[in-house]
Design a protein around this ligand. Structure first.
Ligand code: ADE
Length: 225
């Protein structure tokens, strides 16, 4: 998959792609990426990318021309989605992440301030996605949330076993608690059952914990079923 992110702050994106599991996926050739500097596509001495909103109101709106030029500079091979992260978008879910993972290319448009001129959305955007019912000041952070939720579903990035065991992959239950060494920490013991070696009982215990956790933190997931 090729991921392009059009942004005023390419350094935020570069940092993410250079670390941890994503770094490995890039090194293995499973993912290629471009952090496209929007300012390079803005005219004038000051490379201005924003302007006042027509009709008045607080804040600034990001101009359409730099986004269009940046988009047209990209060579997109294969099936490509153009994603605009916005609090007005459709919610990011496990299913949405799986759907996006099937594309050959994803292009993200990072907004700041009061958002992007609507005509760019009308002309080019195929997916408006919200990462939650709150407002972030940075479209870059929202883009990275979406990218992180998506790329782990690309074959070879993460072991099939780890993916299968996660919450949301196998139904609506949240995850069971995990423990590692030491056996006692601040007087708190690892539950005895996990040291028993009895895999059948461990499975049952973990299932019970998943139900308890879901009822406590996200009861609507069970009601929904
Ligand atoms: N940009 C700002 N807030 C956002 C949100 N909640 N989801 C997606 N993009 C955003």
């Amino acid at each position: 998959m090729n991921i392009s992110v059009i942004t005023l702050f390419p350094e935020i994106i570069e940092g993410y792609f250079g670390c941890s599991i994503m770094k490995r996926a890039v090194e293995k050739g499973l993912i290629s990426y471009r952090a496209v500097d929007l300012k390079l596509f803005a005219d004038g001495r000051f490379h201005r990318c924003d302007d006042y909103p027509y009709g008045g109101g607080a804040g600034l709106v990001m101009k359409p021309e730099p986004f269009e030029k940046a988009l047209l500079s990209l060579r997109c091979d294969g099936k490509t989605a153009v994603v605009y992260p916005t609090p007005s978008g459709k919610p990011l879910t496990h299913e949405k992440a799986l759907g996006l993972a099937r594309y050959d290319g994803l292009v993200f448009l990072c907004g700041r301030y009061e958002g992007i001129d609507q005509r760019i959305i009308d002309l080019y955007v195929t997916e408006e996605i919200s990462v939650g019912d709150y407002v972030l000041s940075s479209g870059e952070v929202a883009s990275l949330v979406i990218i992180d939720a998506v790329y782990r579903h690309i074959d070879g990035v993460i072991s099939g076993e780890s993916l299968k065991e996660e919450s949301f992959s196998d139904g609506p239950l949240l995850e069971y608690p995990q423990y590692t060494r030491p056996e006692v920490f601040h007087g708190l013991r690892v539950p005895e059952i996990l040291l028993s070696g009895n895999h059948g009982e461990i499975e049952k215990w973990r299932y019970q914990k998943r139900v308890e956790k879901t009822l406590k933190n996200r009861p609507e997931l069970i009601d929904k079923k």
